[in-house]
Design a protein around this ligand. Structure first.
Ligand code: ZN
Length: 412
């Protein structure tokens, strides 16, 4: 994709959004301010569009899009319009257009890119910031996550009116939230420990015992958690337990739902009110969607990084059904595929495994090392031709997922 059309699209989209706000606030016909702001892009436009709204920011390496969707669903109980960047355009321009499209919305639930969180906090003065987890996204970004945690901590120290809702099971998240004036901790779980063996405060090796963790050398440790995911259920601050019973599969989504319930509670929406709304969410930006293809029912799972692949393995259709793994290495995926070596594939040994994508040979080498049998394929339709009928789970990384979604037709 060339840079010019993208820039042009940004300027037009944002200019249009600002223009509508300008008209609504009586500051002229909108075209001038729209054009000016469209060129300046951020963060002034964001500040203007966020003013006088109750803003909720959602960030973390994994689960942002789903959690944003679940919070938006839960706040539906308020009966008011909720602005949201539902399809994951999560940098300043995407947030600005989401707000611009919903000028009347009192509430705004905004998925925010990890790197942009400080500037977005500064621009939107959020009522709530939700911190889910931090792990390496691709190999070429591994060193960044400690730096990101420090930047979040600095930004939250400067936002005393913001309530932070944070995952107490991720030590880097606890470190990042530690500067906030008010934090509601959620025991949301952490499947991926590889990026949090060390104390973020002093560098010592963390001790773990069950869900608990603490640093043996300094006072850093897991805080008390009013909200918790417990198996298939949520436990609220009063100790009441409710079955989640979501349509979305897997532990990671149950964890996202508990976070969403904690956020909804801040706005007076009880778990009893929010849960039925969360249960109605069946797919998020094409993920978990089941589509017919040939004689097969194909289920699409997105996994962008090692932690995401573990979560995807968790939600495979139980049993020994076939799975297609699709891996690309375009810029949004990370050019370097060495992260494939961070994932343990042995759980796939009892299934027919098909491999596709532009970097299928990289994945093939990795699967051989884990003694997982597989077949190389030309893509989804090739696999459908081979298996003819039944369920097929597809796990794909970012651009591979988008290619498959385009192939099967966007259903959402
Ligand atoms: Zn320590």
């Amino acid at each position: 994709m060339s840079k010019l059309p993208l820039r042009a699209r940004l300027a037009t989209g944002i200019g249009g959004a600002a223009g509508r706000v300008s008209r609504l606030t009586g500051r002229g016909d909108g075209s001038v301010i729209g054009g000016v702001l469209g060129l300046r892009v951020e963060p002034d436009l964001l500040r203007l569009l966020a003013a006088d709204r109750q803003v909720i920011l959602v960030t973390g390496t994994n689960g942002k899009t789903t959690t944003t969707r679940l919070i938006t669903a839960g706040l539906g109980a308020l009966g008011q319009q909720v602005a949201s960047n539902a399809f994951g355009a999560n940098m300043a321009a995407g947030l600005a257009s989401a707000l611009g499209r919903a000028p009347q919305a009192t509430y705004a639930v905004l998925e925010t890119d990890e790197r942009y969180l400080p500037v977005v906090i500064e621009a939107t003065s959020p009522r709530v910031v939700t911190l889910l987890n931090l792990s390496r996204d691709q190999m070429d970004r591994a060193a960044e996550i400690w730096l990101i945690a420090r930047r979040w901590r600095d930004a939250l120290a400067d936002a005393p009116d913001t309530l932070v809702i944070a995952n107490a099971d991720d030590p880097l998240i606890v470190c990042a939230a530690s500067s906030a004036k008010r934090v509601t901790w959620v025991a949301a779980g952490q499947r991926w420990h590889e990026d949090s063996w060390c104390c973020p405060e002093c560098g010592s090796h963390l001790r773990r015992a069950g869900a608990d963790w603490r640093c043996p050398e300094c006072s850093f440790g897991r805080p008390r958690t009013p909200w918790a995911l417990d198996g298939e259920a949520v436990i609220d601050p009063h100790g009441q337990r409710r079955e989640l019973d979501l349509a979305l599969p897997g532990r990671a989504n149950r964890s996202n739902a508990v976070v969403a319930l904690a956020v909804a509670d801040v706005f007076g929406v009880t778990a009893d009110q929010a849960l039925p709304l969360l249960r109605q969410v069946t797919s998020v930006a094409g993920r978990y969607t089941v589509v017919p293809r040939g004689g097969c029912m194909v289920r699409l799972l997105l996994a962008k990084n090692p932690a995401g692949w573990l979560e995807a393995f968790d939600v495979l259709t139980p049993g020994d059904g076939p799975v297609l793994l699709a891996v690309n290495a375009q810029i949004p995926d990370g050019k370097d595929t060495s992260w494939l070596w961070d994932v343990d594939y042995r759980v796939l040994r009892n299934r027919p495994v098909y491999v596709s994508g532009e970097r299928r040979l990289d994945l093939a080498v990795r699967l051989e090392a884990d003694e997982v049998e597989f077949e190389l394929t030309a893509g989804l339709d090739d696999v459908v031709d081979r298996i003819q009928t039944g369920d097929l789970d597809v796990i794909a990384n970012y651009t591979a997922f988008q290619q498959i979604r385009t192939l099967v037709g966007r259903t959402e």
